[in-house]
Write a new protein. Structure first.
Length: 493
């Protein structure tokens, strides 16, 4: 494969964050447009089908791309075998989706789910043909190419989805748009990377020795993030659509910060895995930066949801406000555990991750049985929040135990200031009286006030802690460098 072409970690992070934000800006625009053109039932039909497809797909997902990134020097045979295994996985997945479609229709009680599942089965099969060589973009930190691939694929799906929604005014717009995005992704992958995969199983045993635990972990992680939706499925298409859209909106502020950083952290941690002190310093900084940004983003969304939902989605979606507020806090909890996943993965502790991934769904089921009376949508969201919170505590205990040199104090040192400042921001916004302003201006005013309160509290807490090295210093340094670069650029024009 081509030799590595690495950029600095900070630049890589900025590139990938930019990539993710561009991608999700398209996703947000798509969601806002579709929310105006379609009804909750349309979102519910697609969400029901997506749960079935996602579950079957993850049951067979060997995580071969993770194995290739983790490997120090993968060979041509490794890439060919990974591609072949993915084709086989997709073939089995598509067959199972087709066979289980009648059961899914009976469970959800809506015949419209059936045809959607058949199209999604073909989409899974199509997507598996994607060029495995593009794994190199992430492995060798060539994030400019990574950005172009994902952006163009998403843009194609967006354009088709919106065009079909304007024409059909039906859930089929989302189905056809997703299929189009997959098709464009396959074509782009071969145009952007010179690798041409061949059928081979020469390295199947070696890949399986690592991937089997990635598979167990992926299944647990999927169940953890979907178990509540299986329960919501009994509330009909409208209830499912409202809950699914609320979950998507609630995840945006934190996922748009965490997911791109994860693409940088995993290969960076792999590179440092044999240097204990460097690995711990990198992890501590990553945890601090993610907490500094993601915690206030999630809490802020919960506080401005009453103004944001009617303005952006329309009055038809006001029932999602309490759901967004609860699920935003779910994602805040996930934000502080995100980098720990890549820390363990880089160390090869896939068995540990596999065990941890199953804690959250187990806790959800325990709480669901204990609080069965909370059967409405908000109650289900509250149960998920409780399960995620308890799981996070257990997760940190285990991460500390399995990572030499990592202490509970080091973990808390990166979290407590952002958490306390975000709590102060929430208190200030809660105490803020209603403003006699147009809804859009009111929303912007609350966002600006919340951001200002959070920034001031963070600086006060950092100074009270005697300005320790960490996320605050790192972010301020990057802001100064960016500002100096902008001044230099425009002063020379």
């Amino acid at each position: 494969m081509p030799p590595p072409q690495r950029t600095g970690l900070a630049l890589s992070a900025l590139l990938v964050v930019g990539m993710r934000w561009s991608d999700r800006l398209i996703g947000l625009l798509s969601t806002l447009i579709l929310a105006r053109l379609l009804v909750p039932e349309d979102f519910g039909i697609v969400a029901m089908a997506s749960i079935v497809v996602g579950l079957i797909d993850v049951l067979l997902d060997l995580g071969v791309h993770v194995a290739l990134i983790h490997a120090k020097a993968p060979t041509r045979e490794d890439y060919d075998t990974a591609w072949t295994l993915r084709l086989l996985q997709a073939g089995v997945s598509a067959t199972l989706i087709v066979l289980l479609t009648p059961l899914a229709v009976d469970y959800f009680g809506d015949g419209r789910v059936g045809p959607v599942l058949y199209v999604m089965a073909f989409s899974v099969l199509l997507g598996s043909a994607e060029n495995i060589g593009i794994v190199d973009f992430q492995k060798h930190m060539r994030f400019g190419q990574d950005f172009r691939f994902f952006f163009l694929r998403r843009l194609a799906g967006f354009l088709v989805t919106v065009a079909m929604a304007l024409w059909l005014r039906s859930y089929w717009a989302m189905v056809v748009g997703a299929l189009s995005g997959r098709m464009v992704g396959v074509l782009l992958s071969y145009r952007m990377h010179e690798f041409r995969p061949r059928l081979s199983l020469a390295r199947a045993r070696q890949l399986w020795s690592f991937s089997q635990w990635v598979l167990v972990r992926n299944i647990g992680a999927y169940v953890a993030t979907r178990v509540d939706k299986f329960v919501v499925g009994n509330h009909g298409p409208a209830g499912m659509g409202s809950y699914a859209l609320a979950d998507e909106i609630a995840a945006m502020p934190t996922s748009e910060l965490l997911a791109p950083l994860g693409r940088v952290l995993f290969p960076a941690f792999v590179e440092k895995r044999d240097r204990g002190d460097d690995l711990l310093r990198g992890f501590s900084l990553a945890l601090g930066v993610q907490s500094l940004l993601a915690i206030p983003a999630g809490v802020g969304l919960a506080m401005v949801a009453p103004q944001a939902v009617p303005l952006l989605l329309g009055e038809a979606w006001t029932m999602t406000i309490p759901l967004i507020q609860i699920l935003a806090l779910v994602n805040v909890v996930g934000a502080v555990t995100h980098s720990s996943i890549y820390l363990l993965l880089a160390q090869g502790r896939v068995k540990a991750l596999a065990a941890i991934a199953w804690m959250e769904p187990a806790l959800f089921l325990i709480l669901a049985l204990a609080f069965a009376r909370l059967g409405d949508l908000a109650g289900i969201a509250q149960i998920r929040l409780g399960a995620v919170s308890a799981g996070a505590v257990l997760f940190f205990v285990l991460v500390q135990r399995w990572t030499p040199g990592l202490t509970a104090g080091a973990l808390l040192a990166q979290i407590w200031r952002p958490a306390l400042a975000a709590a102060g921001m929430a208190a200030a916004l809660h105490a803020l009286p209603p403003l006699a302003l147009p809804l859009a201006v009111h929303l912007l005013a609350r966002i600006a006030i919340g951001a200002a309160v959070y920034a001031v509290l963070m600086l006060m807490l950092w100074r009270a802690a005697r300005l320790p090295d960490g996320a605050e210093r790192y972010c301020l340094q990057k802001i100064r460098i960016l500002w100096a670069g902008l001044i230099k650029r425009y002063s020379t024009q």
